[in-house]
Design a protein around this ligand. Structure first.
Ligand SMILES: NCc1[nH]cc(CCC(=O)O)c1CC(=O)O
Length: 310
């Protein structure tokens, strides 16, 4: 009998490779006889490095090529950072598995200053995310935001070259790549509400492929799944993608679910926040309720200013 095989499509950035290899190791532990193959792919998001993410546009910048691979049968599954996964999947694909979340917070990295609060007037902070930019501008109007692209390693080199006084990245990516010692300070979720899905990894595969889904099933983390579902429902109602300054973070609390959401103008002139509690059996309703509240407060004007219809 031929050994069973599973092929994992992955981007070739160090973080994507780490995540794909993490899934490979977990699968190998669960299924010792399984043969696992990595299929490296380059996405449009990896190629376009010279313009801000928020200006490139197009949903699923980092996932499209992997999806084509699965549909054409050159790969069976794709491992994604949930933060980068669009709401809609192509016909024939879905994302049934979300793994346990890593630290969801943003991290402050600087070679000269200890925290965001310690940065002097005019200091340059690097980030490529409208979400981080919006929250920093609102709270620290004396700082300058400058765009920062590239994979985690590139971003750290740009800081070390002296192009920035500090940079903000997801703690999860730094921790996974063993750069935890470079984290100068963790931003609290009050200081910087994380991105939808930040710190969580998901696995996309073909629908109607029970062989593969059975292999993956033990990797599913129930708590992370319910939290990310609430966050993504909120984001979907807000038409959020990486072009929209939206943050959302759900936690389990006393057996229920608490979701905090945020939307604001990228210049920091107004930021709207909302916190609500709901039931773990229906995370989508909670997400939609928070989104509706944010829209009513003024989030609709944020979207309109970006040319997006709520
Ligand atoms: N947009 C790129 C991206 N996608 C996922 C992560 C970090 C890992 C995660 O959130 O799971 C990063 C880098 C960053 O924001 O610093």
């Amino acid at each position: 009998m031929m050994a069973e095989i599973i092929r994992i499509a992955t981007r070739t950035s160090p973080l994507a490779m780490w995540q794909a290899e993490h899934v490979a190791h977990r699968l190998q532990e669960l299924h010792p006889g399984l043969q696992i193959e990595m299929v490296g792919m380059v996405t449009r998001g990896d190629k376009i490095l010279d313009s801000p993410l928020s200006k490139i546009g197009g949903k699923g910048l980092f996932v499209k090529e992997l999806e084509v691979g699965m549909l054409e049968g050159t790969a069976d599954i794709a491992v994604h950072s949930m933060k980068d996964v669009p709401m809609e999947f192509p016909e024939g694909l879905h994302l049934p598995i979300i793994l346990e979340r890593e630290d969801p917070r943003d991290a402050f990295v600087s070679n000269r200053y200890s925290t965001l609060d310690a940065l002097p007037e005019g200091a340059i902070v690097g980030t490529s995310s409208l979400r981080r930019q919006t929250q920093i501008r609102a709270r620290y109007p004396h700082l300058q935001i400058r765009d920062l692209r590239g994979n985690v390693n590139t971003r750290l080199s740009k800081l070390d070259n002296g192009e920035y006084d500090a940079i903000i990245l997801a703690a999860a990516g730094l921790i996974r790549l063993e750069f935890q010692p470079r984290i100068t300070a963790y931003l609290s979720t009050e200081q910087s509400l994380p991105a939808i899905g930040q710190g969580a990894v998901g696995i996309e595969c073909r629908r109607n492929d029970p062989r593969v889904e059975n292999l993956l099933a033990p990797l599913r983390h129930a708590e992370t799944t319910v939290r990310v579902r609430a966050e993504r429902a909120m984001n979907q109602r807000l038409n959020g993608g990486c072009q929209v300054p939206v943050a959302g973070f759900a936690e389990l609390e006393d057996g229920g679910l608490r979701l905090r959401g945020l939307i604001g103008f990228p210049d920091g002139s107004a930021v709207y926040t909302c916190e609500q509690r709901g039931c773990v059996v229906d995370p989508e309703s909670l997400g939609i309720a928070v989104a509706e509240d944010l829209l009513a407060q003024g989030g609709d004007k944020v979207l309109a200013s970006l040319g997006i219809h709520a």
